[in-house]
Design a binder for this molecule. Sequence first.
Ligand SMILES: Cc1cc2nc3c(=O)[nH]c(=O)nc-3n(C[C@H](O)[C@H](O)[C@H](O)COP(=O)(O)OP(=O)(O)OC[C@H]3O[C@@H](n4cnc5c(N)ncnc54)[C@H](O)[C@@H]3O)c2cc1C
Length: 393
Amino acid sequence: MPRESNQLDVLIIGGGIHGMYLFHLLRQKRSELIIKIADPHPAPFYNWRHCTSNTGMRFLRSTGVHHLDVDPLSLQKFYKKHGNEIRKPYISPNNRPSLSLFNNHSDKILSDYDLDTHWVQTHITDIDLSEEGVRVNTLEEEIHCKHVILAIGNGGQLRAPFWAEQLAVHSFPILHIYSSEFEIKNYKPGFHSVIVGNGMGAVQAFIKLANSHSDKITLITPSQIKVAQYDIDPGWMGPKYLTNFHQEKSYQNRRKLINSARQRGTITPEIDRELKQVLKLGHASHIIGSIKNAELFGVDNAYLKLENDEAVFCDQILLGTGFDPVINSELVQKLKTNESLKCAECGYPIVDPFLRWHPNLSVTGELAELELGPAAKNIIGARHAGQRICNLL
Ligand SMILES: Cc1cc2nc3c(=O)[nH]c(=O)nc-3n(C[C@H](O)[C@H](O)[C@H](O)COP(=O)(O)OP(=O)(O)OC[C@H]3O[C@@H](n4cnc5c(N)ncnc54)[C@H](O)[C@@H]3O)c2cc1C
């Protein structure tokens, strides 16, 4: 079919780690393709930078070969050449890179491109798929392309417990640590702040705030915090477990495998050590228990009631309760309804080995997990998805 004058070859929706890895890979391997990236933020990696900075995270949980460049040793080479000013570039085991090394390396990779000519700052509201091509709608314009790639991360889906929503309705100061409204550097302690959640995000934010302020702060975790080097057994990042996963034909069983592989709510050993240190400070404490309900108390305070009937009074709450599934995002919901794309019982896309959900639409990240397994949304997942999508285009 002849190309319409304004038709792109590929539109990548989402300029996070997944979208930008794909962009870089396609520019390296298929430089003849006309590619754009659509994202509501002014520059790449907005969510990554915002979320990692709000947790106070200093080292990635993944290893030094999980990064944005094609050559697995690229980060190491970059450090040797440019990383001298970084005081502690890696943490063991497996050379987990510091956040600043990872970010500087990512920026260096993208500095080879004139991003202004590829970046469309917009929010995609709708996608119309046909055999001839794709029409993508934004609030301002229509974009036409041959192929579209969904790299929307969690699609902006923050998870909040029901009691938090009730407090928020009454304008009680309760924010998600990943919300665009929250900046950890602007945090002002009250008489008693509470952080809820038991993963790396919640615990690191708690450590950061407890170390930088002396007012009372409590971490409430629904269960005992577990310690594990990784959130997923590294066997899931290569053939060790993925070979069997791909032989499994039932998507229900694949979903069970994914769910049981994820070690939710775990923290790394060095964060566990930091947590123990911080709990020695008089103003920081940790309570294990599920919050049953929450009520306003007086004008400015809230009263959190735990399953064991313990009560906690506070005047602000931070939620480190993670993300809701991307399949609940508006764009994915619309696609499912309007285009009748195939989904498994769990609601996730059934995609082919090239990660196509439709002949003209591919997915990466969490949306590809029934094909890529439990590490699909991690950086290694971006690398696996990139290879497959690149082989198709
Ligand atoms: C604090 C934290 C630390 C992590 N650490 C690690 C780690 O050490 N190692 C690891 O492997 N993984 C880690 N992860 C997991 C994962 O690698 C990251 O979340 C990663 O940033 C995901 O990248 P992404 O591109 O899929 O999503 P995002 O970074 O969320 O990017 C998606 C982009 O799509 C845009 N978008 C969404 N909807 C639309 C739309 N309708 N139209 C246009 N654009 C849209 C968003 O605005 C966003 O810019 C971490 C996650 C978090 C939150």
